[in-house]
Ligand binder design. Structure first.
Ligand code: HEC
Ligand code: HEC
Ligand code: HEC
Length: 92
């Protein structure tokens, strides 16, 4: 059910704004690329967007190394049991 709600929200959002999110984003890094599964993360958040995009209409997140290693990614992993070791995110 959670999954259905998430999918429905994404479809609604794309229809309303015309901006579609990719299912997966890949960040190149010299110590191995990081794959961010947007679709799976939305499901993990029960179809909500605010944990990452804040209040209001979700838009572009300008990821930096510091943000990725902190508020944008790793802090939540520390809190909720996601990957926190280098090679759990960076894959060669
Ligand atoms: C776990 C964190 C997280 C959650 C939850 C999340 N997103 Fe995202 N979202 C991202 C990241 C990271 C990107 C990729 C960086 C970027 O290009 O903005 C992204 C990209 C996007 C983009 C593309 C923006 C652009 O301009 O290319 C849209 C649209 C979007 N998300 C919508 C949503 C919606 C709608 C939800 C809730 C149903 C959601 N996101 C939930 C992290 C998240
Ligand atoms: C939660 C996932 C995650 C973990 C854990 C993580 N990283 Fe990253 N890291 C990223 C993401 C995502 C980026 C890309 C940010 C960007 O593109 O701006 C990044 C960027 C980097 C960069 C910059 C890459 C470049 O080519 O300029 C380096 C270096 C790096 N990480 C090293 C590490 C090391 C060393 C560790 C362990 C101590 C680590 N990372 C742990 C997600 C992670
Ligand atoms: C709001 C919380 C939250 C945020 C923010 C978040 N994650 Fe996660 N992530 C999780 C959880 C929880 C898991 C563990 C899922 C599992 O074990 O099934 C996870 C798992 C992962 C995994 C393991 C592989 C997979 O897809 O399950 C990777 C890689 C990952 N996250 C990358 C990222 C990156 C990169 C970012 C930032 C752009 C990010 N995450 C932001 C909660 C989050």
């Amino acid at each position: 059910m959670k999954k259905l709600v998430a999918v429905a929200l994404v479809v609604l959002f794309a229809a309303a704004t015309g901006i579609a999110a990719q299912e997966v984003y890949k960040y190149e890094a010299k110590n191995g690329a990081v794959t961010f599964d947007h679709k799976k993360h939305i499901e993990l958040e029960g179809g909500t967007c605010t944990a990452c995009h804040g209040e209001g209409e979700p838009g572009k997140i300008e990821l930096t190394k510091d943000l990725a290693h902190g508020a944008a990614c790793k802090d939540c992993h520390t809190a909720k049991g996601g990957p926190t070791k280098c090679n759990e995110c960076h894959k060669k």
